[in-house]
Write a protein that binds this ligand. Structure first.
Ligand code: TMP
Length: 212
């Protein structure tokens, strides 16, 4: 039996983490078995790699090192947590996956989307998401949203200049176009309630047409 693998993507402050939790509650109420998780992290080894990548002091980290560490964390998280849940027939909701690497490392860091895709294919083999939701918000607005949230972690990538986050946004546009069969866009520049409703609608439609 195979479950359903749904990933959440977008720049900083797009609201995807909050919406993911709301979607999980909704799906559980409908009787689905749901696993929520995040990248980089979600299990001990990957959380340790996350710390290495995102510690603000690690300003000297090379872009390729960064891409390889994300891919390594992804591999371990996939085999330890995601694949067993899918094999158990669950819906897995994952906050970020391969498309983050394509937009952030492949495009914004300038390593090349194809190159970063290649190392990620090594890491995940053919385990691509069944559905990806891209939370679309202007990067400036997204950064303003997180600036007012004092409880939020400030990591090394959050601290990059606005120009970097604009590049990430451009990278996502290319990725969404390239994988248009898999990725659906959610207008994230609305109230949280509206974003949640749009997400529920899109996921319900998807599940209706892709029973598992
Ligand atoms: P988070 O803030 O959503 O927890 O994600 C941590 C940061 O890591 C965020 O700035 C996006 C970045 N990131 C990448 O650059 N590449 C990746 O492959 C992933 C998963 C995250």
């Amino acid at each position: 039996m195979h479950g359903c693998f749904i990933t959440f993507e977008g720049g900083e402050g797009a609201g995807k983490t909050t919406v993911l939790a709301a979607l999980a509650d909704h799906l559980k109420e409908q009787g689905y078995a749901v696993l929520t998780t995040r990248e980089p992290g979600g299990i001990e080894i990957a959380e340790k790699i996350r710390n290495i990548i995102l510690t603000p002091e690690h300003t000297m980290m090379d872009g390729r090192t960064e891409a390889l560490l994300y891919a390594a964390a992804r591999r371990q998280h996939l085999v330890e947590k995601v694949l067993p849940a899918l094999q158990a027939g669950k819906i897995v909701l994952c906050d970020r996956f391969i498309d983050s690497s394509l937009a952030y490392q492949g495009y914004a860091r300038g390593l090349g989307i194809d190159e970063v895709f290649a190392i990620n294919r090594f890491a995940i083999r053919d385990c691509m998401p069944d559905l990806t939701l891209f939370f679309d918000i202007d990067p400036e607005k997204g950064l303003n949203r997180i600036a007012v949230n004092k409880d939020r972690e400030r990591n090394r990538l959050d601290l990059e200049a606005l120009s970097f986050h604009k590049q990430v946004y451009e990278g996502y546009q290319l990725v969404v176009e390239r994988f248009s069969d898999r990725i659906q866009t959610i207008q994230a520049d609305q109230t949280l309630e509206q974003v949640e409703n749009e997400t529920l609608l899109q996921v319900s439609e998807f599940l209706k047409h892709h029973p598992f």
